[in-house]
Design a protein around this ligand. Structure first.
Ligand SMILES: Cc1cn([C@H]2C[C@H](O)[C@@H](COP(=O)(O)OP(=O)(O)OP(=O)(O)O)O2)c(=O)[nH]c1=O
Length: 621
């Protein structure tokens, strides 16, 4: 028997639970849902620091888990299920996200952190509705999250050790299972208990009600979007299904938890409800969490940039944990100002805060320290000092066009190569980004048939060195403006053979291109308008021997892509409007450009999260 009619709405659909969690399976099957279990293979390693809130991280992970299963099933059977459900549960305390412990020591660290304190448990959920359009998978995602607060008692060391020895913590976020032995650790819970166990059933049913039971005009009870329809509405619901009203109304919002910005658009405020006295009461719209986060987003970026600029992360890597007063002294800043900045960084998940003081998170150690192997410090400083300024003119650019906005600051090249200092600022930013993506670009295709390559606009040589490392027979020439090649020596990798990479100064629009079998254009074409792109590709085409190739890497959109990537790429046109005269191009358009210039067998492959790589082979003229 299905007690909840909204669950009944899914009975005739092929529903897949993209989760290996036995708890989720139990909660949903106890609720009467029929589904197939296909555990997701999505690796839960999104960069936590890149999310504005822990809930955003959980929601994105849930979404990626579900989308991975939808894509895999569609690819395998050429038919996707109707609905895929993904979920991700995390525990957060003091801005730190705790997932499943990797070993007993890790479990001990987590439980000690939670000991005697209150923490939050977030479960992000994604309901992915799939359809097939001409053999292509089409997905629509509705996501939300639920937060529950849990307070641990003061627990003895002995009890914690004993609990860890029971083995229960190992497959559970935060290292405990409230539904079993872990229940003994908990003093009180505020919110949905099942949310802690791994699935917020109540919120899920409300979402299903929004999707499958849209309110009828004038139906006051139906207009209450934040409630699950009661059993006595079952007949109404069946009517709706038969009457063509069963199409999911993707776009509902609300709930105790929240939804992420960029999800389905908010509904217009509902009709005025009548209260018990017959008086009309204004229906309150859902709280606009996502919008508020967007409005505050610039402050988060500025806090990160400022901490990078003041080398907070360098100091903490070398000497942390440190108290605010000591950090202030080391970075030569006021104690009060440093304290506020550190608080903000901890709230953003960039720093840990403990009784011993502040210390770097893993992401900060990896990416925000100025001299780490995967540093994005240069990018933060460049965005702060250069891009930030440009974006203050966005209104002017939108109103009067890019030229007006750039105004006195000149062309991109003029601005960037004004002085050795601005050139280096730009090169450090590009170096960090290129290193981050170089391996993915170098390995997107097997390039071992080439013995010479020329990386046009290859800047510091980060990609060139990766190509040379990956393909030992390959000799790589980096061709870039003299202002750039002059400073490139300072970026050469330590402890790696560098003799396979050489730098040649020149302008790829006017100077003779170095001879090579493979020409590489990584994140170059988006900077240029169509006429310049054609000019450059025709120059490459005339230098390239038949059988040679051209490899283009861009933040180009694929045909169908996940919402997070689309959101990230969606901001690119703004940057281009302000920074140069170029425009973003899709992978398909890049492929067509290569074909137009005599390249055949054009193929596209993803290179990590950010880039797409297009490879074409020069046909005989
Ligand atoms: C806090 C807490 C978590 N958990 C569980 C719920 C989740 O199964 C797990 C968090 O890990 P998740 O990564 O959310 O889920 P999972 O790895 O078990 O399954 P999948 O990724 O395939 O969906 O922790 C409990 O069972 N009890 C608790 O009290």
């Amino acid at each position: 028997m299905v007690l909840c009619p909204v669950i009944g709405k899914l009975l005739h659909k092929h529903v897949v639970l993209a989760s290996a969690s036995p708890r989720r399976q139990e909660i949903l099957s106890n609720a009467g849902l029929r589904f197939e279990v296909v555990p997701s293979r999505f690796k839960e390693k999104l960069c936590k620091a890149s999310f504005p809130t822990p809930s955003a991280y959980a929601v994105e992970t849930a979404k990626q888990k579900a989308l991975e299963v939808a894509r895999r099933m569609h690819q395998k059977d050429l038919r996707a299920p109707d609905v895929v459900i993904g979920a991700d549960t995390i525990v957060t305390i003091g801005g730190l996200i705790l997932e499943k412990p990797v070993d007993k020591q890790d479990a001990y660290r987590m439980l000690s952190r939670l000991n005697g304190k209150e923490h939050s448990v977030f479960t992000g959920v994604a309901i992915v509705h799939c359809s097939d359009r001409d053999g292509r998978l089409h997905t629509e995602v509705l996501d939300f999250y639920e937060e529950t607060t849990v307070k641990f008692s003061e627990l003895s060391e002995e009890l914690l050790r004993e609990y860890i020895d029971s083995g229960e913590p190992m497959d559970k976020a935060g290292g405990y299972g409230i539904q079993a032995l872990g229940g003994m650790l908990v003093e009180h819970v505020r919110g949905d208990f099942l949310n802690v166990v791994g699935f917020p059933l109540n919120h899920f049913c409300k979402k299903l009600a929004q999707l499958y039971c849209p309110p009828r005009p004038g139906d006051v009870r139906g207009a209450e979007r934040d409630s699950i329809p009661a059993v006595d509405t079952f007949e109404d619901l069946s009517d709706l299904e038969g009457g063509g009203g069963s199409d999911p109304a993707w776009g509902g919002r609300g709930g105790r938890g929240g939804e992420e910005a960029g999800g389905a658009p908010p509904q217009a405020p509902g009709p005025r409800d009548a209260d018990l006295n017959g008086a009309a009461e204004e229906k309150r719209p859902p709280f606009p969490t996502g919008l508020l986060e967007l409005m505050e987003g610039f402050k988060a970026s500025k806090a990160l940039f400022t901490a990078c600029k003041l080398n907070v992360f360098d100091v903490l890597r070398d000497q942390g944990p440190l108290k605010a007063v000591d950090i202030a002294r080391k970075i030569n800043a006021s104690v009060c100002g440093t304290g506020r900045l550190l608080e903000a960084c901890a709230a953003l998940g960039l720093l840990h805060k403990t009784d011993a003081g502040y210390s770097n998170t893993e992401a900060a150690d990896l990416h925000l320290v100025s001299d780490s192997a995967h540093s994005l410090h240069g990018l933060a400083v460049y965005n702060d000092s250069h891009v930030w300024d440009l974006f203050t003119h966005l209104d002017l650019a939108a109103r009067d066009g890019a030229e007006q906005a750039r105004g006195a600051s000149g062309t991109k090249a003029e601005r960037l190569f004004q002085s050795a200092e601005t050139t280096l600022l730009f090169m450090r930013a590009m170096h960090g980004l290129s290193k981050l993506t170089a391996r993915d670009v170098a390995t997107a295709f097997d390039l071992s048939r080439f013995t010479s390559a020329c990386d046009l606009g290859g800047c510091t040589g980060a990609l060139a060195h990766e190509l040379a490392r990956e393909y030992p027979r390959l000799q790589v020439t980096v061709f870039d403006l003299p202002d750039v090649t002059e400073h490139a020596r300072g970026f050469q990798p330590d402890g790696q053979r560098t003799e396979h990479v050489r730098f040649v100064p020149g302008d790829f629009f006017t100077d003779a291109l170095p001879r090579a079998q493979l020409y590489v254009l990584s994140r170059v074409l988006h900077d240029w308008p169509d006429d310049r792109v054609h000019h450059l590709l025709s120059r490459i085409s005339s230098c390239c021997e038949p059988g040679g190739g051209v490899l283009v890497a861009e933040a180009a959109a694929m045909e169908e892509e996940e919402a997070a990537a689309a959101r990230r790429r969606g901001l690119q046109p703004l940057g281009l409007l302000l920074l140069g005269a170029g425009r973003p191009r899709s992978a398909r358009e890049l492929g067509q450009l290569l074909q137009r210039h005599g390249f055949r067998d054009v193929r596209v492959a993803p290179a990590g999260d950010l880039l797409r790589v297009v490879l074409g082979t020069r046909a005989a003229p």
